[in-house]
Design a protein around this ligand. Structure first.
Ligand SMILES: *Cc1c(COP(=O)(O)O)cnc(C)c1O
Length: 425
């Protein structure tokens, strides 16, 4: 069914689900129930992805191996812990369009941003400014501001901000104008792949090319992009990228995050990298020598041996992504969100407005309420009472994200029905 053939009724949702080649995947996940045992509509995979059955299995297996093997698990666990982070490498490379040597699973997102900025934000007196978007996720802003201060600059004058226009969208030509105007002072551009608030997918290829022309470094925060939209990091060639794994990657709360360093930065002497023993080449790591031998992959940026128990669900999730395939997931994602857009415009066009650009989005729509009454916050609270899990962002946005791994077309249908009802409560 193409978007031209969508209709308003419940039977359309049923037909779409029946024709969905990925429909069996939903059974691989735990869908939370409301207190009264009723099904909820979970559209919050952009904030915390759901637990897969495989995640539980992988964690249990590590606990068993630990119980049975103790320290020997480093070598003899079914997935040995010593090289355990490599269990994630192929899947992360697949999802981000990277070479395997360019990615590593480590730490958490903001930690990775700092570690990567330690290497790639290297200001001098002239070129020292960092460019972000004015609606940046607070953690990214705090990370950049503190990097500026750490190097002796004042964020009030050294941070450059790309502002959205009154339509709430970020316009590439505005960025281009900023970069042109300040190119001699720019040291780093740090931007998201998908803007968390309005759901806009930024033109990452163009942003990377722009940074190269300006002679500055560029990093991408892919928190809302990975597992959501197609990525070609090796080709686009940002200097670095980082993402968390608990949103679309379903890695669980606080899951181990990911990082990307482009191939052209690999194989160096590590003189601008903060180091720990896990960045030492594996072959010589356990000689416990006092000289460091740098790994020749993104693993150089690792500091510590990884937390196996919080990496196991990520490994499980990556296997599910690889099994389903990004092409099939992308096709379903487009259909799900097109259907959501269709129903909203048909049923609630007068009351609800999406600030997410139709031509540049992943699965998320950011919805605002057109009228003053009821207030957006009230509508959101009524939705909660009706067992819809969406998420609220100040000052007035309800974010909803049907994800192709476990959401159904019926979820979308039910959401719109309950949203309509919420207006009339
Ligand atoms: C979710 C998110 C974060 C969260 O950072 P953590 O270090 O994982 O707590 C940071 N930045 C962006 C853009 C995000 O979407």
């Amino acid at each position: 069914m193409t978007s031209a053939e969508f209709t308003n009724g419940r039977e359309c949702a049923s037909a779409l689900d029946a024709a969905d080649p990925l429909r069996a995947l939903r059974k691989e996940f735990f869908l939370p129930l409301a207190d009264d045992g009723k099904a909820i509509v979970y559209l919050c995979g952009n904030s915390l992805g759901l637990q897969s059955r495989l995640a539980g299995q992988f964690v249990r297996e590590e606990l068993e191996d630990w119980a049975e093997l103790g320290v020997e698990g480093h070598f003899r666990a079914r997935r040995p812990w010593l090289p355990y982070h490599r269990q994630a490498t192929e899947g992360l490379a697949y999802l981000t369009g990277a070479l395997p040597q360019e990615v590593v699973a480590m730490n958490t997102l903001t930690v990775n941003l700092h570690l990567l900025m330690a290497s790639f934000y290297r200001p001098d007196a002239k070129r020292h400014r960092i460019l972000i978007e004015s609606t940046a996720f607070p953690s990214d802003r705090f990370a950049c501001e503190s990097q500026l201060r750490f190097h002796g600059f004042d964020p009030a004058t050294a941070l450059l901000e790309w502002q959205p226009r009154p339509d709430e969208k970020l316009w590439l030509e505005d960025l281009e104008a900023l970069v042109d105007q300040h190119q001699d002072e720019l040291a780093l551009i740090l931007l998201p792949g998908v803007q968390y608030y309005n759901g806009q997918v930024l033109d990452m290829r163009a942003i990377c090319a722009m940074a190269r022309r300006a002679g500055c470094r560029v990093g991408l925060d892919l928190a809302h992009a990975v597992g959501n939209v197609p990525l070609e990091l090796h080709e686009w060639a940002p200097d670095f990228a980082a993402w968390c794994s608990y949103k679309y990657l379903n890695g669980g709360p606080g899951a181990v995050a990911g990082a990307f360093v482009h191939e052209h930065h690999l194989g160096g002497d590590a003189s601008h990298t903060l180091l720990g023993w896990w960045g030492n080449r594996e072959a010589s790591r356990f000689k416990m020598a006092s000289t460091f031998e740098p790994a020749e992959t993104a693993e150089l940026w690792q500091l510590s041996n990884p937390p196996i128990l919080s990496l196991a669900p990520v490994v499980a999730s990556l296997q599910l992504f690889q099994k389903a395939g990004m092409a099939a997931l992308g096709a379903k994602s487009k259909s799900l969100t097109d259907y959501l857009e269709f129903l909203l415009s048909q049923q609630l066009g007068e009351r609800i407005h999406s600030i997410t650009p139709r031509a540049a989005r992943g699965c998320q729509l950011s919805l605002t309420v057109r009228s003053a009454q009821p207030a957006a916050r009230t509508v959101f609270e009524r939705l909660e009472k009706r067992h819809v899990v969406a998420d609220w962002r100040e000052p007035n946005v309800i974010r909803v994200a049907p994800v192709p791994l476990y959401n159904s077309f019926m979820d979308v249908y039910e959401f719109v029905r309950r949203l309509e009802a919420a207006f009339d409560d």
